[in-house]
Design a binder for this molecule. Sequence first.
Ligand SMILES: NC(=O)c1ccc[n+]([C@@H]2O[C@H](COP(=O)([O-])OP(=O)(O)OC[C@H]3O[C@@H](n4cnc5c(N)ncnc54)[C@H](OP(=O)(O)O)[C@@H]3O)[C@@H](O)[C@H]2O)c1
Length: 340
Amino acid sequence: MNDPISRPLRLGVLGAANIARAFTSGVASSQAVTVAAVASRDAGKAERFAQECGIPRFHGSYDALLADPEIDAIYNPLPNSLHAEWSIRALEAGKHVLCEKPLAMNAAEARAMFAAARQAGRHLVEAYPYRAQAQTLKLSALLKEGAIGKVQLIRSSFGVAFSDPANIRLKPEVGGGSLLDVGSYAVSLALLVAGERPDRVSAVARWSETGVDMSVAATLEFPGGALAQVSSSFATAYHRHALISGDRGTIETTYLNHPPAGGPPILTIRRGTTVAAVPEIIEVPPGNGFLAEVESFQRLVTQGEAHWTGATPAQSIDIALTLDAIALSARSGTAIRIEV
Ligand SMILES: NC(=O)c1ccc[n+]([C@@H]2O[C@H](COP(=O)([O-])OP(=O)(O)OC[C@H]3O[C@@H](n4cnc5c(N)ncnc54)[C@H](OP(=O)(O)O)[C@@H]3O)[C@@H](O)[C@H]2O)c1
């Protein structure tokens, strides 16, 4: 469903979240999108956030934001356990929704969210800024043109250190754990590269005292024959990397959301099957991932699905099914078959 919007798409931010600060500053230069309001459960917090981030209006409740007729779409950066409830409420209020990853706590919630979007005739998508980045668009183009042949093995990892018990990531009651947080990125990359969902998954995990997974390592088996090894961690130094091995070469990527201060994003490709294959560095333009993502979101809303660079609804459900299977395998100690 397209809206005939000629003015910038007016976004409302649900919750004065840390990531919403980076998001608001990342998209500030956009001509296509404007952050028009923020809501917090605490009106004073909303007002301070609005002032600090240059947002013109604020609301003291999430319901007030959803009732705001001057808002076209909602950015939902609430804790994972609240993504489904508040995205559905926003859709029912007639807003499009850009929801932070992971879209939902599980595939059942994800399906209910897309059902609500269909019912409301509004768009709902999962935010993975790296998907809008030149680094990932180039990776997809290289795979499509067969630059490394048929993909056989994928290794994708994402780890970062978190130990503050006040962080939502370490709280099971709001959907904490490394798998849903950074693991959703690693899984989404593996599924993007494989071009399908796995049909069998096995995983092991290390757990915190509070019961969230601190590190997870999983093996994904794809119907087309590819295998992926995916890992996530809150107990390591920062790392974010993928190695994609085809029968005619390899590609390495950091699948970044936003290029680091240290230099432009690159892909490293080795064309050839032997140790003599020379690494070729492909430099791609830098850019803020939030900006690229919201501009793609605005085109999705105004011009249709072909303009969205991120995960499609079917891909988001596949990611959720895979995350469910990994979590179940890690808890049960058995391989899980994904049957739909
Ligand atoms: N795409 C990315 O690059 C990226 C990066 C980081 C995080 N994320 C995602 O963004 C979401 C938020 O992460 P964050 O680090 O920004 O979280 P955060 O700083 O803890 O913010 C979450 C916000 O949710 C609201 N909230 C409502 N109920 C809450 C509850 N029971 N406990 C805690 N907060 C509650 C709070 O806003 P009010 O108090 O104002 O109501 C809070 O500020 C997560 O889903 C995460 O996966 C994405």
